[in-house]
Design a binder for this molecule. Sequence first.
Ligand SMILES: *[C@@H]1O[C@H](CO)[C@@H](O)[C@H](O)[C@H]1NC(C)=O
Ligand SMILES: *[C@@H]1O[C@H](CO)[C@@H](O)[C@H](O)[C@H]1NC(C)=O
Ligand SMILES: *[C@@H]1O[C@H](CO)[C@@H](O)[C@H](O)[C@H]1NC(C)=O
Length: 217
Amino acid sequence: MGRRERPTPPGLSLVTLALSLLVCASGMEITVPAVVYALNGSDIRLPCNFNSCYKMDTKQFSMNWTYRGCENCTEETFIQYDKKIINQRLERFQNRIEFTGNPIKNDLAVTIHDVQLTDEGEYHCYVLNPPDRHKGTGKIRLEVLTEVPPERDSTVAVLVGASVGGFLAVVILCLVILKCVRRKKMQNLNSEDQKTEEEVKTDGEGNPEGELKVCEQ
Ligand SMILES: *[C@@H]1O[C@H](CO)[C@@H](O)[C@H](O)[C@H]1NC(C)=O
Ligand SMILES: *[C@@H]1O[C@H](CO)[C@@H](O)[C@H](O)[C@H]1NC(C)=O
Ligand SMILES: *[C@@H]1O[C@H](CO)[C@@H](O)[C@H](O)[C@H]1NC(C)=O
């Protein structure tokens, strides 16, 4: 009797436990764009969103934003979260970096003001949200442009398309004209034959009508 009253067999609850562990194991997820393009002198926001199965605890939460200017350069931490946001005010960024996210809303974005060409490089955001033991990492490559891209590619495509289209139209027109000219010649030959038969009747008036009919066909 006692055995029958058991709500779920032990196997099933083990599966449930394993599933919830799996879900939590893959809980820390970071969402960042792979590449961000910024115009020299503009302000650019580098987003970093995290997704964890644990609620954010401001006392344990940890976050670091680092900058790496080249492949072999060391990563420099410029913004940290250790109970609160700490801006390291790195010399290279002067006062141009600002934390513009909202950790409670899983948003850890930073904004670079007055972007310089020397700001190009890799930006990493590292997130730890205990008791989630997995550290999340987001990697963004910042590319600084000195002028708005002129969208040359699409312009070229349109130009090529237009000239190809125009060329085809001319070819088709030529073919049509050739056909008409040929038919006109044939008609002239025919009408010359006819002329010999009925000289006075078709003279002048018959020909233009005949040409039009042939060309319309
Ligand atoms: C980038 O912008 C700065 C001003 O913000 C300007 O002094 C500099 O000449 C610009 N660099 C280029 C390569 O356009
Ligand atoms: C980085 O360092 C390795 C050796 O440590 C070297 O082979 C490689 O060329 C370096 N890369 C750059 C971009 O400097
Ligand atoms: C951020 O950096 C501090 C100091 O280097 C380190 O103790 C902490 O674990 C780091 N946090 C993350 C999420 O990488």
